[in-house]
Design a protein around this ligand. Structure first.
Ligand SMILES: Nc1ncnc2c1ncn2[C@@H]1O[C@H](COP(=O)(O)OP(=O)(O)OP(=O)(O)O)[C@@H](O)[C@H]1O
Length: 229
């Protein structure tokens, strides 16, 4: 039985105006992520990795083409519907953790679940489980500023998967960490993704980490092509 892709990018165009000129970053880019699949996006700086991830995560509109999440075309969705789709179906991890500074680690992970309608008790239990799984459970009641960079990123990963999204998108999730911490955090991310059967697209500069994904892609002349890391 053919499985439905969880994410499809079809003929994506995106350009940015820079003074007099236009910088065309994505030119008819196509990409499909299947259920349970992990893909690494490896490409030189400035080629459009973040742009592609932001478009895939419905954080940015393409100039042309469409994004299908769970088979649903998103081009013509209104802002509220896009927000709901993002909230329910997409988890995003950034290079910098973007945790809310005034809330504890636990509260940060609980937030999307509370917005999603889970009770306080259920959200707290699930959040603690996720933090434990990411081996940062003992820091649950600390605020982000009291955590190390690696711990902050592990909390951010727990938050991104808290709503059991269809797709996890990560933009250099370990790019801000020293190599040893990066390897540790990446392993925790990988274990969580594999254990929960999540589909993930992860941008990374690290070829060793990229090779651990099911397959690798890169960006050349604005198009997605397979890559042998
Ligand atoms: N909002 C914007 N306005 C103008 N130019 C932009 C904008 N966002 C990105 N760009 C340009 O588009 C190109 C691709 O940017 P993007 O951040 O997607 O690259 P990247 O591959 O993720 O790079 P890095 O690995 O350095 O993070 C860059 O040249 C960047 O300067």
């Amino acid at each position: 039985m053919a499985t439905q892709p969880v994410l499809s990018l079809t003929d994506i165009d995106r350009s940015y105006g820079q003074g007099e000129t236009t910088l065309q970053i994505l030119k008819g880019a196509n990409f499909t992520l299947n259920a349970g699949e992990t893909v690494a996006l490896v490409a030189p700086s400035g080629t459009g990795k973040s742009t592609l991830l932001h478009i895939a995560g419905l954080l940015e509109h393409p100039d042309g083409g469409d994004v299908l999440v769970g088979g649903v075309p998103c081009q013509h969705l209104g802002d509220d519907q896009r927000t709901a789709m993002r909230r329910n179906s997409i988890g995003f991890v950034y290079q910098f953790h973007h945790l809310l500074p005034e809330f504890s680690a636990l509260e940060n992970v609980m937030m999307p679940q509370l917005v999603g309608g889970l009770s306080h008790k259920e959200a707290a239990e699930r959040s603690q489980q996720l933090l434990d799984y990411m081996r940062v459970g003992h820091r649950a009641h600390h605020r982000p500023a009291e955590l190390s960079g690696g711990e902050q990123q592990r909390v951010a990963i727990a938050r991104a998967v808290a709503n059991a999204p269809l797709v996890l998108l990560a933009d250099e999730p370990t790019g801000n960490l020293d190599p040893e911490t990066a390897a540790y955090v990446f392993s925790a991310l990988e274990a969580l993704v594999r254990q929960s059967g999540l589909s993930a697209l992860i941008a990374t500069h690290n070829h060793d980490l990229a090779r651990r994904m099911d397959r690798c892609i890169t960006l050349v002349d604005g198009k997605v092509i397979p890559f042998d890391a």
